[in-house]
Design a protein around this ligand. Structure first.
Ligand SMILES: C[S@@+](CC[C@H](N)C(=O)[O-])C[C@H]1O[C@@H](n2cnc3c(N)ncnc32)[C@H](O)[C@@H]1O
Length: 312
């Protein structure tokens, strides 16, 4: 059974993609297929949409839900492999790409996936369940300083070192395998006065562990550079991110790829011969309006950035 699904920044993303019939589009984060479906509606029976997700459950669910579409190709893989995926499909380049980063509601809502600090379940957090490392492996095996770094860097958590210390003390007594166990440890680590502000005390640590488990930030940077090579001239790449760490990577990577010269600034003449691969279309990130935020609170933190492959 599928509940109503509201894809984030849908109209704006589709406007920026400028979909045309007979063209090929790629959705690198298929999820429940919300953006994919809108692209399919734009291109009609013509062209092709390639939908990629590292979560096999997402692929299986969309396959069932969208069985009526003949021009949808679903691929269970990581978006860092876009060049190989396209090669396998004998496609040189595509006419547009969309990435709606992060996790989907079916992933958060399922306690068995371990993404939510509000649901009791195994401390899993793998988007791809074929991957071996889980959040529990990180929590039980990383050193205290590694845990501090992850929680501080990826969770932007002020209490990172105290939380890491409490995790290590706790796992010395008993392995930490459940979300509720970890939530309790985090609550004990953060002083009561600090717990009163900043939302749920476990939110930032859970975000950090999810990012580390799925290697999200490193993969995002390498995906953008590789994906841009697979765009046709004047084709667009649209990326929706949900927290400042992701948005910063999108902004900086777009900026680097849009520069002609990447020589150090003190060099008197250019020796790199680097040429811009893209031009940035959105100088500032596009955000949701108040109506969308009211209907879909998740849209509040969404930021859309768009770039276009240059015509060489
Ligand atoms: C926010 S949801 C996408 C929602 C989708 N746009 C929709 O409207 O239904 C993000 C999806 O991207 C997938 N994902 C995240 N990182 C990925 C990666 N590196 N490669 C492939 N899929 C990824 C997740 O498994 C999740 O299903």
């Amino acid at each position: 059974m599928f509940t109503e699904h509201k894809p984030v920044l849908l109209e704006k993303t589709i406007d920026y993609l400028q979909c045309k019939q007979n063209r090929i589009y790629l959705d690198g984060t298929l999820g429940r297929g919300g953006h994919t479906e809108a692209i399919l509606n734009e291109i009609g029976d013509t062209g092709l949409v390639i939908g990629i997700d590292r979560d096999l459950k997402a692929i299986k669910d969309v396959k069932k839900k969208f069985s009526k579409y003949n021009n949808l190709k679903l691929v269970h893989d990581n978006f860092i492999h876009i060049p190989e995926i396209l090669e396998e499909l004998h496609i040189n380049a595509v006419d547009g790409m969309i990435f709606d980063l992060g996790i989907s509601s079916p992933q958060v809502d399922n306690p068995d996936r371990g993404f939510s600090y509000q649901k009791e379940g195994p401390l899993d957090m793998r988007m791809n369940r074929e991957q071996s490392i889980t959040a529990a492996d990180i929590v039980n095996n990383y050193t205290e300083s590694e845990l501090t770094r992850v929680i501080s860097e990826y969770g932007e958590e002020n209490w990172a070192s105290r939380i890491a210390e409490f995790i290590v003390n706790s796992r010395n007594r008993e392995r930490i395998d459940r979300t509720d166990q970890l939530v309790e440890i985090i609550k004990n680590a953060i002083p009561a006065s600090a717990r009163r502000t900043g939302g749920h005390p476990a939110r930032r640590t859970f975000q950090a562990l999810r990012i580390e488990t799925n290697n999200e930030l490193k993969q995002l940077k390498s995906m953008i550079s590789e994906a841009v090579k697979c765009l046709k001239p004047e084709a667009r790449i649209c990326i929706i991110s949900f927290h400042s760490l992701e948005d910063r990577i999108v902004k900086h990577t777009f900026r680097e790829l849009a520069r002609d010269c990447i020589c150090p600034p003190d060099l008197p003449i250019c020796t790199c011969n680097h040429q811009a691969e893209i031009k940035v279309i959105t100088r500032k990130p596009v955000t949701a309006d108040s109506k969308e935020i009211k209907e879909n609170p998740r849209a509040r933190s969404a930021k859309l950035r768009v770039a276009q492959k240059v015509l060489k």
